[in-house]
Write a protein that binds this ligand. Structure first.
Ligand SMILES: [Zn+2]
Length: 303
């Protein structure tokens, strides 16, 4: 069976059915970037508990479905606009960014491209450089071309090596510049809109597989946690080589984020069997007298 990595997915918002389907489809490892929850947080403690869940409970929960979970730590661009709170979050970041399994500072960048967003983006680039961690950039959905160019300009201004920076949410308008400047170009596959699997196939046909990464960015919105394996299947159908599929849907993400020193292929090769009787701080994923490792996975319908 082919192995896939989804290097951008917010599994905190996803269900156990999603986890089971992801594992069945061949996803062996995921990266969950710290981000916005859909409504603004009002206290620094909410960030702290969220970061704790990214390195704690969610990692455990993924492991119970046979998936290796990593995360990135950062202050998202939207919430950078609450400057008083953002200052407090900045103080937390070094503590969490240094934890095991944290593979980048992210997702950071611009949303409305305000002065406050610019300030906290720059501070976090300095932090990434200081900690020798890769950076995951969220490029803005509005005024994308200009925002993407600026995101990269500022990285270079702060002395970051483009090979340490993954620029995400690319499209046909941004990909060429990102690749030409030596950055990693990630693509979020949104079902029904924007960057779909069909368009991704065309991008790989045109630009090849070097430094191109496919992800789902699945979260609490309308999104698909199987975007990576589904896109890989479509690539195969359309005649893209197995090696290009392996690079864009597995290896490039590993190469990029392994630069953190926190992500190794051996983490998921030769896995130990999932033991559902395991607990984290006294809590397990079993509910209401369910038996550990019962044969529940057989009733999943293939996509
Ligand atoms: Zn995201």
């Amino acid at each position: 069976m082919l192995m896939y990595i989804d290097p951008h997915i917010h599994v905190t918002s996803r269900t156990t059915d999603d986890y089971e389907a992801m594992r069945q489809a061949g996803i062996v490892a995921i990266i969950e970037p710290a981000f916005w929850l859909g409504q603004p947080r009002t206290k620094v403690g909410s960030f702290q508990d969220y970061f704790n869940s990214l390195v704690g409970w969610e990692r455990f929960r993924a492991s119970q479905f046979g998936i290796k979970h990593y995360c990135t730590i950062g202050l998202n661009s939207k919430e950078a606009n609450n400057e008083a709170l953002a200052e407090e979050v900045m103080e937390l970041l070094p503590l969490y960014a240094g934890k095991e399994g944290v593979v980048a500072i992210g997702e950071i960048g611009y949303d409305d491209q305000t002065a406050a967003e610019d300030k906290f983006y720059r501070l976090q680039l300095d932090l990434a450089k200081e900690m020798n961690l890769p950076v995951m950039i969220h490029t803005p959905h509005r005024d994308k071309k200009r925002g993407t160019t600026k995101s990269m300009d500022v990285c270079l201004e702060h002395g970051l090596d483009p090979k340490m920076v993954i620029v995400d949410h690319n499209n046909e308008e941004t990909v060429e510049e990102v690749l030409d400047r030596g950055f990693w170009a990630a693509f979020t596959i949104y079902p029904h809109t924007k960057m779909g699997s069909e368009r991704m196939v065309e991008v790989v046909k045109r630009y090849g597989s070097e430094r191109i990464i496919v992800d789902s960015a699945a979260d609490w919105g309308i999104s698909d946690p199987l975007s990576v394996p589904k896109t890989a299947n479509l690539m195969r159908e359309r005649g893209i080589s197995d090696e290009d599929i392996r690079l864009t849907c597995y290896q490039n993400a590993l190469t990029a984020y392994a630069q953190s020193g926190q992500m190794h292929e051996s983490d998921w090769l030769n896995p130990t069997a999932v033991d559902e009787s395991q607990k984290l701080h006294g809590n397990s994923i079993l509910r209401g007298g369910q038996e550990p490792n019962a044969d529940r996975r057989s009733d999943i319908v293939e996509n």
